[in-house]
Write a protein that binds this ligand. Structure first.
Ligand SMILES: [Zn+2]
Length: 403
């Protein structure tokens, strides 16, 4: 496959170039490598199989020409005639926006309502680009930092109180008076909809308090430091204050984070393999110059208290580590083919995408010669190509549907 890179300003100038074996630093930020059949930037098929010697073909066109053969009848029955997932390598040098994704029901209703209202699909104020939910899983390739979900309100009360910031008192009262889901909702809601005249002086006071606490040393130093970094990057943005209510998470390589509907999150820095349902439905809550629709965000947000959804890979046969999630649209596994005596058989009956992140892998399929897939490269295995085996001293990510 030949894949496109999205050059968003928060992207790294080294991570994707290094993965792809290109000179570093790259001339422009490289944020996301898109691997799949999203109409915005579909992968193209080059080289092997039926397209050998012919011009590269968009994966969108390949699938449209034979949905059942490419995706398998089960996936077509469940998700229609498009690839249900999008795989990415994401390389963040700077924080991404604070965001959440809708449930399937919210997406269907929101999309229908915006269509009825005649809002252009590309309009800046458009929330729902399609009628699908967008669960996502990010698996760390390097140490990876993120904000994910709301912290236990009792702890947030402690964290805010420790700032010793008088300007924050009345807001802190919203949470200390009811340290639960409702208190979190009330406090977040007042932060996110605060007019600049109130927000700007409050932000100044909170950031000054963060500087003092980081200097003195505090059990919340990492959280305060993150707030300072966000304040520098997004002056006057309510997301800087909202970040104080959220879990600050550090993933070690191979650990993953599952982001279900309603989970407020922001990636801060690091490189990871990301897989998601093939949707573009994002409701932003700040840390962005883009459109923020507060009422719609409040409707989809989940304020419940629960553990941070860190997923550790579980062994699933020789050389195979699976990331268990409830998503039906996708499944992600990490393969170490050399750890299995005969490599790993890729016997899933739906669409399969192979991404090599270290070493070199060989794919043994129907063709006489194996296909060599070096680091940074990817391969598409259609549903009707059964019995492909992968070997080699390589680290490989395997993306399939979750059926
Ligand atoms: Zn997201």
């Amino acid at each position: 496959m030949s894949n496109r890179i999205r050059p968003y300003a928060w992207g790294s100038r080294t991570a994707l170039a290094e993965l792809l074996g290109e000179p570093t630093p790259s001339a422009h930020p490289q944020a996301e490598l898109w691997i799949g059949a999203h109409p915005g930037d579909p992968s193209r098929l080059v080289g092997s199989g039926s397209s050998a010697g012919s011009a590269p073909q968009s994966l969108v066109d390949r699938i449209a020409g034979d949905p059942a053969g490419q995706l398998g009848s089960e996936a077509v029955d469940q998700f229609g005639t498009r690839l249900p997932f999008l795989l990415k390598v994401l390389a963040a040098a700077e924080p991404l926006s604070l965001q959440a994704h809708p449930t399937m029901e919210q997406a269907k209703a929101g999309f229908a309502a915006e269509e009825r209202a005649g809002i252009d699909i590309n309009a800046a104020g458009r929330n729902y680009k399609d009628a699908s939910h967008k669960p996502e899983l990010i698996c760390a390739l390097t140490e990876f930092h993120a904000l994910c979900g709301f912290r236990d309100p009792q702890q947030t009360v402690q964290l805010l109180a420790e700032l010793g910031c008088p300007e924050l008192e009345r807001y802190l009262g919203l949470l200390s008076g009811q340290p639960d889901e409702n208190g979190t909702r009330a406090l977040f809601s007042s932060i996110i909809s605060m007019p600049s005249a109130a927000l700007d002086p409050l932000l100044d006071a909170v950031l000054a308090a963060c500087v003092r606490r980081v200097k003195d040393g505090s059990e919340f130093s990492a959280e305060y430091r993150t707030t300072l970094e966000l304040g520098e990057r997004y002056p006057g943005d309510p997301g800087v204050l909202a970040a104080l209510l959220m879990n600050r998470v550090t993933l070690q390589p191979d650990q993953a984070l599952y982001l279900g509907a309603g989970n407020l999150h922001a990636y801060l820095s690091g490189t990871g393999v990301e897989i998601m349902a093939n949707s573009d439905n994002v409701l932003r809550g700040g840390l962005t110059p883009k459109h923020v629709d507060v009422p719609e965000l409040m409707r989809v947000l989940d304020f419940s208290v629960g553990p941070v959804p860190v997923i550790n890979p579980v062994p699933d046969g020789p050389g195979v580590w699976r990331y268990p999630t409830p998503a039906k649209e996708f499944a992600l596994s990490k393969l170490l083919p050399d750890d299995a005596p005969d490599g790993v058989l890729l016997d899933h009956s739906g669409p399969q995408v192979v991404l090599v992140t270290a070493g070199t892998a060989q794919l043994h399929g129907a063709a006489a010669a194996p296909l060599t897939v070096p680091k940074g490269r990817t391969a598409w295995i259609p549903a009707d190509e059964s019995g492909v085996r992968i070997t080699g001293a390589a680290t490989v990510f395997l993306a399939t549907d979750g059926l």
